[in-house]
Design a protein around this ligand. Structure first.
Ligand code: HEC
Ligand code: HEC
Length: 266
């Protein structure tokens, strides 16, 4: 404190320092932001036009004629091709009826239609593009990287998706879906676009190599047949309780048996 209030310092020093700090933050943000919001691959203009036509038929009732948003649905400016691809290919969009959550359902669009819709949404503003395989593939990772993926998953995802990615309930009738059998591309897109209750995990926070580690970890986990009775991966509480009841119970039985045998032998 003495340092800040010292008379020797010029009166303008503190405001100047503040302005300097703000400028520095701005510069830092400018340097980092473009990396996180990869400028969208807008595709060719014909694809955008096709996407726009399709959008105005099926999506505009909620998202507006130009994706600007209405009281029924959010603006799609800047959500990126990745968000559109994720939402439409998982059947979440077009949303059938307003509910607690737009659920995963059968998607009725062809790949070309999805690509056109994504190109149109991408043309609205820069946002995460549809990833290429080297951004999300979990193949060929070392055991160390897989272990890191497990750690990242437990730290960032398991609170909602459960320890084994089996999914779980959230407040207000919402839920985090099971991640069993979900592709790496979808995991990348969900992390970068944060659908509904899920937070966005930007490439600044978790770079692509971390996404790949998580994908690899989930693939290995779900490829393994679980041994013994599955408790739905409910985590340490349920498993600990079972260990307690069966384990301690068993030890008690053995103790009783030994005592009875010992009594007979005497
Ligand atoms: C019945 C209304 C409705 C229709 C029709 C609909 N949407 Fe949506 N859409 C919503 C709502 C509501 C949300 C926000 C969901 C949430 O975050 O809880 C949303 C979210 C989205 C998002 C995610 C935005 C983000 O911030 O990541 C995308 C992308 C999207 N919609 C695309 C589409 C496309 C493409 C179509 C047409 C194929 C479509 N939607 C049709 C209501 C609708
Ligand atoms: C705060 C809770 C929360 C956290 C933390 C969270 N998610 Fe989610 N996640 C959700 C919810 C809710 C949905 C469903 C959104 C929807 O239906 O649109 C979801 C959906 C997903 C999906 C889409 C699955 C599908 O049905 O296609 C994937 C993949 C996913 N999350 C992966 C992750 C990963 C990986 C992490 C950690 C890096 C993570 N999530 C962290 C809540 C969370």
């Amino acid at each position: 404190m003495r340092f800040l209030t010292a008379k020797r310092r010029h009166r303008a020093a503190r405001p100047a320092l503040l302005v300097l700090a703000l400028l520095l933050m701005g510069a830092l943000y400018a340097a980092v932001a473009p990396a996180a919001r990869v400028s969208a691959d807008t595709g060719n203009s014909q694809q955008v036009a096709e996407g726009k036509a399709l959008f105005q038929v099926t999506c505009s009732s909620c998202h507006g004629m130009n994706g600007e948003g209405t009281s029924q649905g959010p603006s799609l400016v800047g959500v990126g091709a990745a968000a559109a691809n994720f939402q439409v290919s998982t059947g979440r969009m077009p949303m059938a009826n307003p509910g607690a959550q737009a659920p995963r359902k059968q998607n009725t669009y062809t790949d070309e239609e999805i690509a056109a819709l994504a190109a149109f949404v991408a043309s609205l503003g820069p946002g995460p593009a549809i990833p290429t395989e080297d951004q999300y593939s979990g193949e060929g990772l070392s055991p160390d990287e897989l272990a890191k993926g497990g750690e990242l998953f437990r730290t960032n995802c398991s609170a909602c998706h459960n320890f084994e990615g089996a999914g779980g309930a959230l407040p207000n009738g919402k839920y985090a879906p099971s991640l069993v059998g979900v592709s790496g591309q979808r995991i990348w897109e969900a992390m970068r676009t944060g659908p509904q209750q899920m937070p966005v995990f930007s490439s600044g926070a978790l770079p692509d190599e971390d996404v790949r580690a998580i994908v690899g970890y989930l693939d290995t986990l779900h490829a393994q047949p679980s041994s013994g009775i599955a408790f739905g991966g409910l985590g340490p509480v349920a498993e600990g309780l079972f260990a307690w009841i069966i384990g301690i119970g068993g030890i008690c039985l053995i103790a009783v048996w030994i005592a009875a045998k010992g009594a007979r032998a005497r």
